[in-house]
Structures are given as structure tokens and as C-alpha cells.
Design a protein around this ligand. Structure first.
Ligand SMILES: [Ca+2]
Length: 360
């Protein structure tokens, strides 16, 4: 039987965390501190909640973002690249390299465009959607090559946070089978734990967009893996009152967020969705839960440790993540499926996300 465990679990993990904390230097910006920073690589299909998640990582102290790799999903991969550049520009962090990755899933064509966050992924409200303007900010190196290089250069130190379809990750393990071993850990927003879907009856968006990649990642990434499923995020929604206050802060990031959510139906309180019907109404920053878990392990207070597998067949269940609670699959590798979250800590991290750019 699977066990529900406190997160983070195990004496060894606590010890590792302590050693890591001791290594951290109080003075920000020094070379020594840069060595002790938490190294993050974010793989994204930048829609509005990705923007929120990226800002959370940018606002977190002692986090060094090695790069942002882009994948199709909430929008085409070109729009995704532009969206990431816009977010970095608002936060005055354009020194962070952005890489263009997969434009399609491994099998079939992408089921795009997606209108959840507007056709451009950021609410269809931004002017100057000129690809040429942003093109020069995109690195020429492919996202998958960059991912492998950055992780190989920092072996055992990088936390990879995947908040889009998992195509780039699947390609990375095909190009370099030792890639997962070189990661410190992997955080995923995606999949489901109760068979409830948002994109299909049983499937969550990121996994349904490329089920084969999700399958490969959950079978072959044997590093410590933490999953924020769709139901987990919905069960930890925040109030619309929080949202209103959050986007009303007097900062560039908050003004940007207010703008991109202004005409988006996903942020309309009057729209009743299936999510509202199941979990009640509220604001859910889906991808931010994976980033929060990566930057502060104490945010997630309970998780189930079990084997998981993605269903690739079926009329209703293709793309669904199944939890093997009875160990029927006899898989050695188990992942941590997040169950409970310290909402107060999460709220603090999210609040800080819109206090950007940082005042120096
Ligand atoms: Ca996303």
C-alpha cells in the first residue's frame, strides 16, 4: 500500500536541506552567494498562470534562474517565447536567457489554438505583438540542447520546473538518457490524481497536449519528482478578494497582471466553469504551485508517495495520470503527488511575485 507522508519526507532529505541552508550566504549578489543559490530552470508554455509562476520565481530570494525554455501549449511556441520575453522585460530581468523549444507534440498535431488565456496566451490585450521585436531576445540554441547543457554544467544542482506540456523534457531524455540523473529534482504542474480532467473528461491540459511525452517523463525521469496535479491546485484556490488586492499593488508587475487578466474569461467571476462546480469558485494560479514547491519545500505539507503512469489509450482516459496506490505496476520509481499545501506561505510567495521589478 502507498503511504501518505509528510513533505519533505525522510531524515536524509531534512539533512540535505540543512546542509543546503548552511551553504547559503546572507549577502545577496556576491559570487559566494551565487554558488549557494537554488538553481532553477523553468520549462513553460507561457500563458497567464505561467507568467505568475515565473514572476514568483523571479521574486524569490536566493533563486538563480539559469534560463527559461519554451514549449507550445497555451499558445504557439513563438507566442510563448514572446510572452516569456515580455514577462522578463516587465520584471527587468532580460539577462535571463530564453530558448525556443518544441512546436508540436511527439505524436500528432497540437490541438491549438487554445482560448483559455486568449489566443496569444496572455489575454489578447497587449500591443506591439511584433515577433521581430522579440526575436533578438531568443537564443539561437534549441531549448532541448540548452536544457541538457545547463543541467550538465551544474550536475546535481538544478531543479527543473515543468509547467507546460512535457515535450522538451521527453526530447531531452531521448538525446541524453543520463539527463534525469543529472537533475537535483523535478517539479511538474500537470496530470490529475482523482481522474478529473479540465481538457478532457479525465485529462489535465498539460498531459493531454502531449500524452506520449508525459508518459516518457514519468517512466524515465528517475530523479526525485514532485507533481502538482490539476485537482491539487483547484483544492487550494485563493479568493477573488485576494486576487483583486493582489493585482492592485502599485508595481509594474501588478499593473501588467491586471492588464492581461482584464478581458480573459478565465478571470471573470461571472463565468461558472466545471472547476467551480466541483471545487467551488476562486482564483487558481495553477503553475505557481509547482514553482512554490521548488523554491520552498515547506509549502507542500502532505504528499502521497506512489508510482504513477500516464494512460495512452482509450476514448475517455488518454492523457490521464493514474496513481498506482496498490503497487500493481511493480514500478521501482515513486513520485510525490502533492496533497496539501500551506496556503499562508503560498499566498506570501504569490504576493511577492507582483512586487517586481525589485527596488535596488
Ligand atoms: Ca503552463
Amino acid at each position: 500500500m502507498s503511504q501518505k507522508r509528510t513533505y519533505p519526507s525522510g531524515e536524509e532529505k531534512q539533512k540535505r536541506k540543512k546542509v543546503e541552508e548552511e551553504k547559503m550566504q546572507p549577502e545577496k549578489g556576491s559570487a559566494a552567494n551565487a554558488m549557494a543559490d537554488k538553481l532553477l530552470l523553468i520549462d513553460t508554455d507561457c500563458g497567464i498562470d505561467d507568467a505568475q509562476a515565473i514572476m514568483m520565481a523571479l521574486a524569490a530570494p536566493r533563486v538563480r534562474m539559469l534560463g527559461i525554455t519554451c514549449c507550445f501549449g497555451n499558445a504557439s511556441v513563438d507566442d510563448v517565447c514572446q510572452n516569456v520575453c515580455r514577462v522578463l522585460s516587465v520584471c527587468e530581468r532580460t539577462e535571463i536567457p530564453v530558448f525556443r523549444g518544441a512546436a508540436t507534440p511527439l505524436v500528432g498535431n497540437p490541438d491549438c489554438p487554445i482560448s483559455h488565456f486568449g489566443t496569444d496566451g496572455l489575454g489578447d490585450v497587449l500591443e506591439e505583438r511584433d515577433p521581430e521585436l522579440w526575436k533578438k531576445q531568443i537564443q539561437s540554441e534549441h531549448a532541448v540542447n540548452a536544457m541538457i547543457r545547463l543541467v550538465s554544467e551544474n550536475k546535481g544542482k538544478v531543479s527543473l520546473v515543468a509547467i507546460g506540456p512535457l515535450t522538451n523534457l521527453a526530447l531531452a531524455v531521448r538525446l541524453d538518457p543520463s539527463f534525469p540523473q543529472k537533475l537535483k529534482d523535478l517539479f511538474i504542474m500537470g496530470g490529475n490524481m482523482e481522474g478529473k480532467g479540465n481538457r478532457t473528461v479525465c485529462g489535465e491540459f498539460n498531459f493531454v497536449m502531449d500524452p506520449e511525452s508525459a508518459y516518457i517523463v514519468l517512466e524515465e525521469f528517475l530523479c526525485p519528482t514532485y507533481i502538482a496535479s490539476w485537482e491539487f491546485t483547484c483544492r487550494h484556490k485563493l479568493s477573488w478578494d485576494f486576487f483583486d488586492e493582489w493585482i492592485s499593488q502599485d508595481t509594474e508587475a501588478a499593473r501588467f497582471m491586471k492588464k492581461i487578466t482584464s478581458k480573459c474569461w478565465a478571470y471573470s467571476r461571472d463565468v461558472v466553469t466545471s472547476k467551480d462546480a466541483i471545487f467551488g469558485p476562486g482564483f487558481v494560479s495553477y503553475d505557481s504551485y509547482a514553482v512554490a514547491a521548488a523554491i520552498d519545500g515547506s509549502v507542500v505539507t502532505k504528499s502521497a508517495e506512489c508510482a504513477v503512469r500516464v494512460e495512452l489509450q482509450g476514448a475517455l482516459c488518454r492523457g490521464m495520470m493514474a496513481l498506482d496506490l496498490c503497487n500493481k505496476l511493480k514500478k521501482q520509481h515513486r513520485v510525490f503527488v502533492m496533497k496539501e499545501c500551506d496556503l499562508s506561505k503560498f499566498r506570501q510567495l504569490l504576493t511577492a511575485a507582483l512586487r517586481l521589478p525589485r527596488k535596488t
